[in-house]
Write a protein of this length. Structure first.
Length: 323
């Protein structure tokens, strides 16, 4: 369906858990976060019902996120059912990659078509420090297992942070040249913990200068339909993408809303406005009633975010929203 600004909204990001097996510094505070009580989290049956209802409004693309979605028990059974729902044309997953070595082939068999892997650094020490104990070798192994499993495309999300991973950008470029991987460099957004680190922000123009691809013509042949601007230099097996959330925001073409693990529908990542679907679900609301709430949320999607002028003002951190 369309919102009041005539944008086509057909993409639902679904967080299935707030839990994660990493503690990334720009995502979580040092002391961690208090996990939501089990009863607060939507059951898989409730999520499947909401997915079925959303397809009546024209939602066709669904991305499963967390926290880390692969830590949730019975996630493969859920994905298998979700992939078989009428109207679901694209089922995707965003993951930190730690569990992909064991699960990539099972994800493909369950009906997941493609995967985005968060990987901000390939340096073992730097990765361990940034994630507070993660093992980058598992993530890298998961990247190649995903390729072997036939997940396509395999995209790697790199949040660029000044004086942390800027020197590694050419190394990621080599990955895209040597393998059919799609590397997306993402501007750091002032959300949650990262709200206090605006000086760490690196604009897309600087990233392109560092990589020497300012003169490359962009291409739009990478499957996804998201906000990234892609480049495929001559001789590359993969591609390079840039997601500019701040320096040149893409709100006028935004096509998504988000469902949090506790059943709140958020029309915009940076807005505090939420529609409580969990309460409606558990008060025996009809499908028609839930459909109206969905339509209301989509219609009230704001024209744009205000991250350029406002830091995150919310009780949630990024892992509790679903990215």
């Amino acid at each position: 369906m369309q919102d009041q600004f005539l944008r086509k909204i057909d993409y639902l990001r679904i967080s299935v858990t707030d839990r994660c097996n990493l503690r990334c510094k720009y995502c979580m505070p040092t002391e961690g976060i208090q996990w939501m009580p089990h009863d607060f989290i939507l059951s898989f049956e409730e999520i499947l019902r909401l997915m079925r209802i959303s397809t009546q409004l024209g939602f066709r693309r669904f991305r499963i996120t967390g926290g880390e979605p692969l830590v949730r028990k019975d996630i493969l059974d859920f994905l298998r059912e979700a992939a078989q729902l009428p109207g679901v044309e694209d089922l995707m997953l965003t993951t930190n990659g730690m569990l992909l070595p064991e699960m990539a082939f099972d994800l493909k068999a369950a009906g997941v078509q493609r995967v985005n892997i968060s990987l901000d650094t390939m340096d073992p020490k730097r990765f361990s420090e940034n994630t507070r104990g993660g093992d980058v070798s598992k993530v890298i192994q998961g990247v190649f297992r995903s390729l072997e499993a036939g997940l396509n495309p395999v995209k790697i999300n790199v949040v660029v942070v000044r004086d942390f991973n800027t020197e590694e950008l050419p190394d990621f470029l080599k990955l895209a040249k040597q393998y059919p991987l799609h590397i997306r460099f993402i501007e750091l957004m002032p959300i949650g913990v990262s709200s206090d680190h605006r000086t760490d922000f690196v604009p897309i123009t600087e990233m392109k200068e560092r990589l020497g691809i300012l003169e490359e013509p962009p291409t739009q042949d990478i499957r996804g339909g998201g906000p990234a601007e892609y480049f495929r230099p001559s001789g590359y097996k993969g591609s390079i993408g840039f997601i500019s959330a701040l320096s040149r925001h893409f709100c006028n073409t935004c096509n998504r809303v988000r469902l949090t693990a506790d059943g709140k529908l958020r029309p915009c990542l940076h807005s505090r406005h939420e529609v409580d679907l969990r309460e409606a679900l558990r008060n025996d609301s009809s499908d028609a009633d839930l459909l109206k709430l969905f339509a209301q949320a989509v219609w009230n999607k704001p024209a744009e975010h205000h991250m350029n002028s406002q830091a995150w003002q919310d009780t949630r951190v990024m892992s509790q929203i679903g990215g």
